[in-house]
Structures are given as C-alpha cells and as structure tokens.
Design a protein around this ligand. Structure first.
Ligand SMILES: [Ca+2]
Ligand SMILES: [Ca+2]
Ligand SMILES: [Ca+2]
Length: 485
C-alpha cells in the first residue's frame, strides 16, 4: 500500500529516539550491533500495520480496531514500564471506589457526595456517556452550577452551598444534593428540499434538593462525558500552533473567529490555555483527571485536597475521609497517564465513493474551519509515538460561538455561554459500536449526526445552512464521511 514519505522519515527518527529503552542494546556489549538489531526490532515493533495514511487519524498513535474495544487500547510501542503504568491506570479507571474507612485503604474515600463510583461508569469502554431517557434523572452525565460573578482566578463562582456541580448521590446518612431531571421539547424545522425534521431541546429541573432551595437565576451547564481517546496528542499540540489558528476578532472576515480559553492551572498557579472539557476549562489531562476524582467521585488528590462539599453541608462534613489525600500521587499519575495514552482508532472506508463525496462536502461547507483536519504535535518526552505526529483530530481546540440554541448562559473563564470548544471528531463513527448509542453534543440532545449538525448556529450558521440546503443524497454522504472517522 501507499506510504506517506514524511511519516516514513519521522518513524525512523522515532526509532532512533527509542534506542535507549531497547533491551537489546542494553544486553549486548557490541554496542553497534545491538543498536542495529534494536533499530530493526523497534522499527518492526512500532510500525503500524500497512494502512492508507488517511486512515491514520493519530499518526503512530493510531490503532486498527473497530470493535467495542476500539477506544480502550494503548498507543502502540509503550515500554514495559509504561505498559505497567497503563495497566495500573486502567484498573483504577474501572475500579469502584468505596466509602472510608475500608480494609482496602488504596481505594476508599468515595464521597460523601458523588456522581458515580468509577470513571468507567460514565466513560464506559473509555467512551462517551448519554443523557437520561426523557423525564429521567442524570446518572452518567453531570450538571455544573454557579452563581453570577467569578472566583479568585476568573473561573465560575461556585454556589455557596451546592458548589460547582450537582452530585446526585451520597453515602448513607448524607443527603444527596439533587436529582437533575431532563425533559425535552420539540423544535421543528425543514430541509430546503421540504423534508421536515424535529430536534429536541432539553430542559432541566432540580428535584429532591438535599440542602435547601437554589436561586432561580442559578447558572447551569449540562455535560455528557466525552470519549477519552488521543488526549496525549491534543495535549502535545504547541500553544503557538493553536494560537495561530485563533482569530478572535475575525480579522480575515470569514465569519469564523475562534479563541483559546485561558484557565487556572492549579499546579503552576497560573492562567494557561485550556484544552479539555466541553468549554476547554482544563489546561492538562492531569488536572482534568484530578478534577474528576474530586467533583465526580468525592476523592481528594494533592492537586485538589479539599472534599467537594461546602461547610454548610454539615452531614457531609462529619464523614470520615480516606486519607490525605485519598488518591495518592502514584494513582493519580497512573490514571492520568492512562488517559493520555489511549490510542485513536483508524478510519474506515476512506475510499468509498460516498465517503469521499462526504469529505468534499465537509470541506465545501467549511466544517473544517473549526473541525481542523490536521494538527501537528510537539515533543512528548518518553513517548515518541505521540511526538511530532501529523494527527487528524478534526478540532482546533478553540472556543467558537455556535449560537443561542446551544448556549448554557454560563461563562467559564473566557468562554461565554454560546461558546464551546470544537470537539474532536476522530472516533465519532465508532460511538454506537463502543457505547451503544448515538447521542451527541455537550448535553447529548442530538440523537444522531444529522441533528448535531442542525443545532450549529453562530459562527457555524453558514455551514449549517449549506447542509440544510443540500439534496438528501449529499446530506447522507456527509453523514457517511463522519461515520468513517
Ligand atoms: Ca472523600
Ligand atoms: Ca456539589
Ligand atoms: Ca476568521
């Protein structure tokens, strides 16, 4: 099969950088022989199976797998030490944490307030979660809350009692904060060819409030859990590269702006560009993971040493904890490592005529102005397979105004209500296989790809209109293209 000459040469460089970790070169005293053997071996080992370069969504960090496990595989070529860190991370990602005190001190400290007992409860198979059935309460997605104003770092200002997130579950003897019930109202429209469609707009209500009423003007932001693939690569794109894609004042007048969020990094104690989460509110994977331990599971880390309850939640403050912190740095780091090195599955059906037609439409409709087809990663120490890769994530990691219809009216650092981070589209076609559903967008309101596109407004309104005006066959081609990602 055809091979991209540029990936060929970067592979050679990568093989060279991985020599020091090669057992062969350590075992042999004839260094040069060892190096050449090692080079041959590592070339062999790190080379992905032959594939069309367009299928390699994540360069050397791509895996060829379209099964239910497609999001759960490590990037190829991890060292033995890295493989064991991955295995530890994997087990703590899937583990059900328990209340303290427990005989198993390494995994106690859950709650008192929490949304789920494990990471994988929401990120099932390292994938994506879904909204409840109409009229049901959230269980694998969450509601961020805040009040007007900002905190000391310019981020959302937590509600004085309920904090920054509603936790719907609690340990025995502690009130849960609330059930977040979701209802939908229909939004009707039609394609230009006359075919009607119906979208659904979610409405949220808080029931069974455990700590008193909330103000009517409480700011809320519902979020489903995104898939956890390719994050080490997204973390490795140089800030300058992203900044060069940004056009906050739309100087080039194409109707698309795009800006980096500037968020608080709790480790460096500085404002830094945000990359992770639906509003790019987290600067690093590690902080996102520590935030999840804390906010979603009630587990403290060295990064976030305070439990997630407020002083007013007295029943919660009286609960025993699972150590200080409850999650050791070693466990935090292994779960963060795991979350960074989950690979991206290769594309499928790239040469099918319908898929290729869809790809042309994707470009012609200027979807790629935000869902950028290619980015390049910088250097990641110890991980040559993430370094200097040409990746096809279909995101620019920038915030865009996508219209009032999608607004949560809740600012988060520099992100306004209507602004969301362009989500990566790699792997999106495998969500039904991995997670058994096709719900999309930050709150899972879209029931399929077509509905997701139809919700685009604001800077993406022109793109949406191009889609709405397409003949049916072309709309299907665009969807087929997205399904091939
Ligand atoms: Ca705890
Ligand atoms: Ca809370
Ligand atoms: Ca522009």
């Amino acid at each position: 099969m055809k091979r991209n000459p540029s990936t060929g040469s970067s592979r050679r460089e990568k093989a060279l950088t991985s020599i020091p970790r090669c057992r062969w070169s350590l075992l042999t005293s004839a260094a040069t022989v060892g190096i050449w053997l090692c080079l041959a071996l590592s070339l062999d080992a790190s080379e992905p199976p032959p594939a069309d370069p367009r299928e390699l969504s994540a360069g050397d960090a791509t895996v060829i797998d379209a099964s239910r496990q497609a999001f759960s595989l490590p990037v190829p070529g991890l060292t033995e030490v890295q493989k064991s860190a991955f295995a530890v991370g994997n087990s703590f990602f899937n583990l059900n944490w328990v209340a303290a005190p427990a005989s198993t001190a390494a995994r106690d400290g859950l709650g008192p307030h929490f949304n789920a007992r494990s990471c994988s409860a929401c990120h099932l198979h390292d994938g994506r979660s879904r909204p409840p059935e109409p009229g049901g309460a959230m269980s694998v997605m969450l509601l961020r809350v805040s009040v007007a104003g900002t905190n000391a770092h310019g981020g959302p200002r937590p509600h004085p009692v309920y904090g920054g997130q509603i936790q719907g579950r609690a340990l025995p003897g502690v009130p849960a904060e609330a059930d977040v019930v979701v209802d939908f109202e229909p939004v009707r429209g039609a394609f230009a060819d006359g075919e009607a469609f119906e979208l659904r707009r979610p409405k949220y209500s808080l029931r069974n409030l455990g700590y008193g009423p909330v103000p009517a003007n409480l700011l809320t932001s519902p979020r489903v859990a995104p898939a956890v693939i390719g994050l080490g690569l997204l973390e490795a794109v140089a800030v300058e590269h992203l900044a060069a894609l940004a056009d906050p004042r739309d100087r080039d007048g194409d109707g698309i702006s795009g800006k980096l969020n500037q968020v608080w990094n709790a480790a460096t104690q500085r404002l830094e560009p945000g990359r992770f989460g639906w509003k790019a509110e987290q600067p690093t994977v590690r902080q996102q993971v520590a935030g999840a331990f804390n906010g979603d599971m009630g587990l403290t880390t060295s990064l976030f040493p305070q439990e997630n309850h407020s002083p007013a939640q007295t029943a919660a403050t009286r609960q025993p904890n699972g150590g200080s912190p409850e999650v050791s740095d070693q466990i935090l780091d292994s779960v963060a490592f795991y979350s960074r090195v989950l690979a991206v599955p290769a594309r499928r059906s790239v040469d099918e005529p319908l898929v290729r037609r869809g790809e042309e439409i994707f470009r012609a409709a200027r979807c790629a102005a935000c869902h950028r087809e290619q980015l390049t990663t910088g250097e990641v120490p110890g991980l040559p397979q993430l370094s200097r890769q040409t990746i096809r994530p279909y995101t620019d990691l920038l915030l865009h105004d996508v219209g009032e219809g999608l607004s949560d009216n809740r600012p988060a650092f520099t992100a306004e209500g209507r602004e969301w981070r362009t989500p990566p589209l790699w792997g999106i076609g495998l969500v039904p296989k991995v997670n058994g559903h096709s719900f999309l967008l930050h709150d899972g309101r879209a029931r399929n790809l077509t509905e997701a596109i139809l919700w685009h407004g604001g800077e993406a309104e022109k793109s949406r209109e191009v889609f709405r005006e397409l003949p049916r066959a072309d709309r299907e081609a665009l969807v087929k293209f997205l399904e091939s990602l």
